[in-house]
Design a protein around this ligand. Structure first.
Ligand code: ATP
Length: 350
């Protein structure tokens, strides 16, 4: 079992509280993504699991054993970082072989294991090259191969794809996902890229200012964000968030009038995703304004209208055309989720 349990762990750097006391259980075999903006404590949390950072208080258990005082090398963890950390003077083969050598595996066994691992990440044709003779994606695969070669209980990955160009990131994402499916190793993965989190994770822990604000499946994080922060962070383009009030079962803001099931209150934020809105021609539409911008994305057009001070974006058909500043009307598609949040606390109301 390679379950990881963080129990009331806390991290202070001097007087600065980087991670306030919290607990988290990462289930055996799961792919858990720590997601959040820069400085929210993702790397600190990861480094505490690895043993690269002391914990100020609390316990870390791996497979039921308390590892607080165990050095990184005794935690049976393999790590992959964004800068790969490859040895430049070694060939690909030697790089991949190195962790096995460190652990004293016999030469013949090492050769077989390196070959098997290289095939898994499609590096078998490049084993005699040096890192300087590889592309970024190939280097990243060497780093991965070096991590998986000794079959650790746990993978820790800190923004492993962030140095790659956009296209390669997408390819490597699929490779990581496939690899996890094949190996089933418990994985903790740090990223600030919500798309990476959504596509890779079995569960996502969204972090803000050191705290986990929501821990859920990608699907639930997307469809039931716990608060305004998560609602605004997940999704591209992000969820429309419109400030207003509820009167007589209707959410009202300038240019917006939408029936809801919450009783009267002020200081409400209504959330609706661009993909849940459609462009309609009727004059009595629930969202009315003037067309502000059209952005063709390929398979769709992002249509932004302005209702007084608020902007609202809908994902419309690729062939949608209209004059900028012309009247423009949106309505939620039938049956979609309309989100309501308290403006002051940010918490979900409905
Ligand atoms: P990024 O995505 O930018 O890497 P992160 O979410 O991984 O950010 P951390 O590196 O965990 O964030 O940092 C969390 C907080 O702790 C930040 O405010 C950071 O400035 C602070 N911090 C990190 N390392 C130290 C340190 N050695 N000494 C003091 N403060 C630190």
């Amino acid at each position: 079992m390679a379950e990881i349990r963080l129990v009331d762990i806390e991290k202070k750097y001097g007087n600065f509280l980087a991670v306030p006391k919290q607990s988290l259980t990462i289930v055996d075999g799961e792919f858990l993504v720590l997601l959040g903006p820069s400085g929210c404590g993702k790397t600190t949390t990861m480094r505490m699991i690895a043993g690269l950072e002391d914990i100020t208080s609390g316990d870390i258990l791996i497979g039921g054993d308390r590892v607080n005082d165990k050095p990184p090398k005794d935690r049976d963890i393999a790590m992959v970082f964004q800068n790969y950390g490859l040895y430049p003077h070694m060939t690909v083969r030697q790089n991949i072989e190195y962790p096995l050598k460190l652990r004293g595996m016999a030469k013949a066994d090492r050769a077989a294991r390196v070959q098997e691992t290289a095939e898994k990440v499609e590096l078998d044709a490049l084993l005699d090259r040096r890192p300087s003779e590889l592309s970024g994606g190939q280097r990243q695969r060497v780093a991965l191969a070096r991590a998986i070669v000794r079959k650790p209980r746990i993978f820790l990955m800190d923004e492993p794809l962030s140095n790659l160009d956009a296209k390669l990131r997408v390819t490597m994402r699929a490779e990581l996902k496939h690899l996890h499916h094949e190996l089933g190793v418990t994985t903790v993965y740090v990223t600030h890229d919500q798309m990476e989190a959504m596509t890779l994770a079995s569960r996502v822990a969204v972090m803000r200012e050191g705290r986990i604000v929501q821990l859920d499946t990608p699907k639930r994080i997307y469809s039931e964000p716990a608060d305004l922060f998560v609602a605004g962070f997940i999704g591209s383009p992000s969820m429309n968030l419109i400030e207003g009030a509820i009167r007589g079962g209707v959410f009202t803001a300038q240019g917006v009038s939408l029936p809801v099931t919450v009783s009267d209150r002020d200081d409400v934020v209504l959330g609706v995703r661009p993909e849940d809105l459609e462009i309609i021609q009727r004059d009595e539409a629930p969202i009315q304004g003037r067309l502000y911008a059209l952005e063709l994305t390929g398979d769709s057009t992002l249509v932004t209208l302005r209702t007084g001070k608020a902007s609202v974006c809908a994902r419309g058909p690729a062939d949608f055309e209209a004059e900028i500043n012309a009247p423009c009307h949106f309505a939620p598609k039938p049956g979609v989720r309309i989100h309501l949040f308290d403006r002051t606390s940010g918490q979900r109301i409905d």
